[in-house]
Each structure stands twice: as C-alpha cells, then as structure tokens.
Design a protein around this ligand. Structure first.
Ligand SMILES: [Zn+2]
Length: 298
C-alpha cells in the first residue's frame, strides 16, 4: 500500500468537472490507502471540512488509521499532549474515508503565500473541531512571497508553538532561506514533521533529517534534470523519506493536469531505481514513516 503525504484533495481542480470522488477512487485503485490533506488558510480549512462533510463525498464514517504490523494505532488522548482547544479538538484524531479503502488525515495550515494575518493562535485557539486535524500545515517560509521574512518567521513560530503545545506534527512549506528556517525550528526542538516537496540541497536534507524531520519527495523527482533533488533523496535513510503528490499541483510533464495522488506509485518506482531498493520496500517504508509521524511516534 502507498501513502500520499501531501495533497489538496478538496481543490476545485480535482473536484469540479468530475464526480467528486474520482481522483480519490483512482488513488484507491492504484493502491493508496492513506492521504494527508493539506490546507493553506482559514478559508481553506473550511473548504476541506465542507468537502469531507458533504454526503456526496460518500463519507462512510471514521476509523483509526491502520498502523500496520509495526505500529499500533496510537490515536487518542495522550497524557503528554496538551490540548489548548479542549479535548474534543484533538482526541478525535481519526481519519475519514471519503471513498472505501482510503483514509484522509487532515492538516490545518497558514501557508506564507495565503496567510492574511486573520488567524491568531493565542486569541482564536484551536481551529474548527470539525476539521479533526492530525497535523499543522502548510506552514513555513518562502523567499518568493512578498510578506517580509521577519513576519513570516513570527507567524511560523506561532504555529510551531501550537504544534509543541498540542503534540501535532507539522507540514512545512520551505522555499528558503534555509538558515532562517533551521533557526526557527531549533527554537521548538520537540516538534516533528514533514518538509513537503523538498527541493533543497543534500546538506540541508541532512540537517533536517538530523532534527527528526521527514523529507517528502514530490513529482519533481520524476524529472531527470532535477539532479539536486535526486541526489538528496538517494542519500537519505529510507526512515527519513515520505512520498507526496501535492495534487493538483506539480503535474509530471508527461501527464495531463491536474496531478493526482496516484502519482505516488510512480514516485516509489523512481525512488526504487534511484536507490536500488525494491519499490515495495519504498512504498511500505514511506507509508510507515507517515503513519508513525501521525501517530506521534515520528
Ligand atoms: Zn501543497
């Protein structure tokens, strides 16, 4: 089975001209059974909640993430997880099943390109309980965004503080500067998470891996010209890697947009060729890494 560590499953590009669950159904048919759904803003949180709560999404109920033989299901109230939003905000850390056979974990984020400053974690507390988040993200730094970096760092620190208080892992959108990112992360050493669609250097990959972060391989790995990314992912321990589609974005050049979560099957094949490990080993290992992280064991 495969897991997609980052997708925007409620994006209109995936849901508009087609039956709502079709991208997810294709994912399930391709062997995916777990997707971490990322969001970028408070408006987006509500959009994801709406998608997951619409009857036509065929929600069949909730169930704990299947943790496999290696990891026992660990969702529930953990004594070491403070819950500023009240126990209902976190103890419902279970994923939903919009289509049979595939489970959706949710993350709430403030992407640096979409953060309008309206959400204040101290003032507003935990996001809507209906989102039932299992992670915080996308959050991060992006040097291509107009917002001044100092401001981005402040907002990132606010969300990392919430992650430290809740025990939830984070999903980082990181486009540099990497030294600033590492400095902010180092002020919250207990926080773990994923660096989504990692595109930095092998040295930065090592720095993040050393801090316990997972590096997520996105569809750019399929580009033979993306030498630095391929180098980064060939050198990391498998225990530090997850796979992601970032659907509907990052469509591989030889496919028709929108990109879909099922692309992670190709990514497992590409990593297999790159690392000389069986694709099954890559699929199982990367899925296990995501499950462990979401279970608080990352
Ligand atoms: Zn994304």
């Amino acid at each position: 089975m495969y897991a997609d560590a980052h997708a925007h499953i409620h994006d209109p590009r995936l849901t508009k001209d087609t039956s709502r669950g079709s991208a997810l159904e294709r994912a399930a048919q391709s062997g995916l059974d777990l997707i971490l759904a990322a969001t970028v803003s408070p408006v987006d949180w509500l959009a994801l909640v709406g998608f997951l709560s619409t009857p036509s999404a065929s929600i069949t109920g909730t169930a704990p993430i299947r943790a496999g033989a290696e990891v026992q299901p660990a969702f529930g109230v953990q004594p070491d997880r403070a819950q500023p939003g009240g126990k209902d905000a976190v103890h419902t850390a279970v994923s939903r099943a919009p289509v049979p056979g595939i489970q959706i974990a949710t993350a709430f984020g403030l992407h640096p390109a979409y953060d309008d400053g309206s959400y204040d974690a101290t003032r507003d507390g935990f996001p809507p309980a209906a989102l039932r988040p299992q992670a915080i993200g996308e959050i991060g730094l992006d040097h291509t965004v107009n917002t001044p970096l100092d401001r981005q760092c402040t907002r990132l620190a606010m969300m990392l503080k919430l992650a430290a208080e809740t025990g939830l892992p984070v999903v980082l959108h990181a486009r540099g500067p990497w030294n600033r990112l590492l400095a902010v992360l180092d002020t919250f050493p207990s926080v773990r998470g994923i660096v989504h669609a990692f595109g930095g250097s092998p040295e930065t990959a090592c720095e993040l891996s050393r801090r316990g972060y997972l590096l997520s391989a996105g569809p750019r790995l399929l580009d033979p010209a993306a030498r630095r990314i391929r180098e980064s992912f060939s050198g990391l321990p498998l225990a530090s890697i997850v796979l992601e589609s970032d659907a509907p974005d990052m469509c591989p050049p030889d496919e028709t947009p929108p990109n879909e979560p099922a692309v992670v099957v190709r990514l497992a094949g590409a990593l297999s060729a790159l690392r000389g490990e069986p694709a099954d080993t890559i699929a199982a290992g990367t899925r296990r890494n995501l499950v462990r992280l979401l279970a608080g064991k990352g």
